[in-house]
Design a protein around this ligand. Structure first.
Ligand SMILES: Cc1ncc(COP(=O)(O)O)c(C=O)c1O
Length: 390
């Protein structure tokens, strides 16, 4: 249980000052560790004695990131991975075996669908997809052999919001585990573990870093499950680099401030976009007109930095708007202090079939914006100019 309030945990959780008495967190760029004797090495390798063994699965800087993230997510423990997708791989390969079923949201990051369909089904795992906001569909799909249920809330890029407690109840009735991807909300805005989820998956590459510098991911859960994931990590090795952990520890310190300031900008932008004649639809939970506004308000502390909108005129129009922006950066990433613009249908979701895109609601006219920390007037002016090109 966290001893301090959230803002304090983000600054101090996990800190262990070395004998050098450094004030800023040290970085342990080492692949292995040295022992005073062969006996000590044997004791640490076997786990009889606590200590570092090899940075594939134990490293003090990575452990600091794990402790701090676990405190912020209100979980017992966390395991860091080399990317968000490495966290998904760790989750799937540790928990699943032939004959198991995964029930996954249809409205989810493209690579998640690709990973489940290509790399888990070949080991005899059955993966089925549901509309994540259709709770009858969850109930019907969660069979006795369902081991894992998985969804994003809010979803990227359509901002669908799923009731965590409701799906958790359905999962637990059938002894299935629920893992929630809250990359878009971040631990600053939502803690699914306190709402009934068993596991939280994070891509630290996004808001936790916040400045687009490095990849990272994590799973946060009970100590028992994290121990299982750590055993997989020891054998399989999708580990986080100590350097990335050090960057991400510093990212966690300012996460709350950044995400709340970005949420303020995103709301202003969404409200402005809603009134533009060339915009057909705006997806942002902060808008009172949004289908999931009330649920987002109940489940989250704020609405976050990610929004998307559909322009009239399909792909040509969307590309024209994107290419006409000057301030915004065209990229597949999200979560930076810079405002980022993406055409999901041809990038992040480009590997999905046309049918999968249709089912997931990824239209050709859809543009995703990850709102940054620039002055909101400049962001709006840039998009005003870009929409004017249509
Ligand atoms: C919602 C969501 N989950 C997971 C991931 C995967 O994270 P990573 O790029 O760190 O592997 C992404 C990446 O864009 C994402 O947007």
């Amino acid at each position: 249980m966290a001893e301090y309030k959230e803002a304090t945990e983000a600054i101090i959780a996990g800190v262990q000052t070395t004998s050098e008495q450094e004030n800023s967190e040290a970085i342990f760029m080492t692949s292995s560790f040295a022992y005073r004797s062969a006996k000590e090495a044997q004791a640490m390798f076997s786990g009889e004695q606590e200590g570092n063994v090899y940075s594939r699965f134990t490293n003090p800087t990575v452990a600091l990131f794990e402790k701090r993230l676990a405190a912020m997510e209100k979980g017992e423990a966390a395991i860091a991975t080399s990317s968000g997708m490495a966290a998904l791989m760790t989750l799937a390969y540790t928990l699943l075996q032939s004959g198991d079923r995964v029930v996954c949201s249809r409205n989810i990051f493209g690579s998640t669908i690709k990973f489940f369909d290509t790399y888990t089904t070949k080991f005899g795992v059955d993966v089925v997809y549901v509309d994540a906001t259709d709770y009858d569909a969850w109930e019907a799909m969660i069979t006795d052999n369902t081991r894992l249920c998985y969804f994003e809330t809010p979803s990227n890029p359509l901002y669908e919001v799923v009731d965590v407690a409701r799906v958790a109840d359905l999962c637990h009735k059938k002894n299935a585990l629920l893992c929630v991807d809250t990359v878009i909300a971040t631990p600053a805005l939502q803690n699914p573990l306190t709402q009934g989820a068993d596991i939280v998956m994070q891509s630290a590459t996004k808001f936790i870093d916040g400045q687009g510098r490095c990849l990272g991911g994590a799973l946060v859960s009970s100590q028992a499950l994290i121990d299982e994931f750590t055993a997989f990590m020891r054998s399989a090795g999708p580990s986080m680099s100590p350097f990335n952990a050090w960057v991400l520890v510093n990212g966690l310190e300012t996460l709350d401030l950044r995400v709340n300031a970005q949420s303020k900008n995103a709301l202003k932008l969404a409200q402005w976009l809603e009134n533009q004649p060339k915009v057909e639809k705006v997806n942002y939970g902060g808008l009172s007109s949004h289908k999931y506004h009330d649920l987002a308000k109940r489940q989250q502390k704020n609405f976050g930095a990610l929004l998307s909108f559909v322009v009239r005129g399909g792909r040509d129009a969307a590309w024209k708007v994107i290419d006409s922006t000057k301030l915004l950066t065209i990229t597949g990433n999200l979560g930076d202090t810079k405002t980022l613009v993406t055409h999901p249908a041809t990038t992040t979701h480009g590997r999905l079939t046309d049918e999968q895109k249709r089912e997931a609601g990824i239209e050709e006219g859809l543009i995703r914006i990850s709102v940054g920390l620039e002055d909101i007037d400049d962001i709006i002016n840039d998009l005003k100019y870009a929409l004017g090109s249509l």
